[in-house]
Design a protein around this ligand. Structure first.
Ligand code: BTN
Length: 253
């Protein structure tokens, strides 16, 4: 099955600093069409969340950015782009990994973890026009055929590490396009409740009490949900409910 628009216009770069940065230049210089996908085998300055870098072994992983133009979505609903991207990656992994054999979860806000180790990360960069989202760069890093993560072996995994099989990167990327388009069309149709339900259904540690870290300390709290704005809702030991954004709190694996 082919997609209608996501990944129909594909740009492969053997090497680039960051596919997100390249996609941003494309948007500015040639107003690239919606669905344009930029991918590379070697990302030399991959960007992660919280100003971190994203390192991926060359030619072993998916490092991809998809340009969307969700002008139908108001700024206060921009977290839905995070939700649908994470749900798409969840669906890709549920399809690629033998169903039921692995514990696949979305870790707030949009990481994917399998058996408590991170397998994919998402960096979304939006441009706003008045109260709508003019364009969105959906940056996806998905660990596919990488065997080793060095010092991160206890925290990171890949499809290869889980299955002992190598996968064709282009085929996995086509699955990403299919599932992303499916969820994006749900979003465009305003199916917010379905998206919320699906996201919460696979949210890592929902209703569990676990360890978090803010600017000054580590603390335990119960993860009770995610607000419409994408804030993490925690019930503290005092029973007070507090909302945290991604810069304010870190969650452990
Ligand atoms: C994170 O978990 O910190 C987010 C990682 C996002 C990495 C991807 S790889 C493709 C795209 N280009 C980038 O520079 N970053 C994203």
């Amino acid at each position: 099955m082919a997609t209608l628009f996501i990944g129909q216009n594909k740009i492969f770069l053997p090497e680039v600093d960051s596919t997100n940065s390249y996609a941003s230049i494309l948007l500015k210089n040639v107003n690239a069409i919606e669905g344009t996908a930029v991918f590379t085998h070697h990302q030399t300055e991959g960007k992660g969340q919280r100003g971190n870098s994203w390192n991926a072994e060359p030619a072993k992983n998916i490092t991809l950015s998809v340009i969307l133009k969700p002008s139908f979505l108001s700024v206060n609903k921009s977290f839905y782009l995070s939700k649908i991207t994470a749900l798409s990656l969840y669906d890709v992994l549920a399809e690629v990994l033998v169903h039921g054999q692995f514990d696949i979860k979305i870790k707030w806000p949009n990481d994917i973890v399998v058996d408590q180790k991170k397998i994919a990360g998402v960096l979304i960069e939006n441009a706003f026009k008045e109260s709508s989202i003019a364009s969105s760069i959906i940056g996806i890093g998905l660990n596919v055929n990488q065997h080793e993560f060095g010092g991160l072996n206890n925290f990171a995994t890949s499809v290869f590490k889980l299955t002992q099989s190598n996968f064709d990167l282009e085929e996995v990327m086509e699955l990403v396009f299919l599932h992303l388009e499916k969820w994006y069309l749900q979003l465009r149709s305003g199916r917010f409740n379905e998206i919320d339900k699906a996201y919460l259904n696979v949210l890592f540690k929902l209703n569990d009490t676990c360890l978090f870290e803010d600017k000054s300390k580590q603390f335990t709290a119960k993860l009770i949900g995610v607000s419409e704005a994408g804030l993490l809702l925690l019930e503290l030991e005092t029973k007070e409910v507090k909302a945290f954004d991604i810069k304010e709190v870190k969650m452990f694996l």
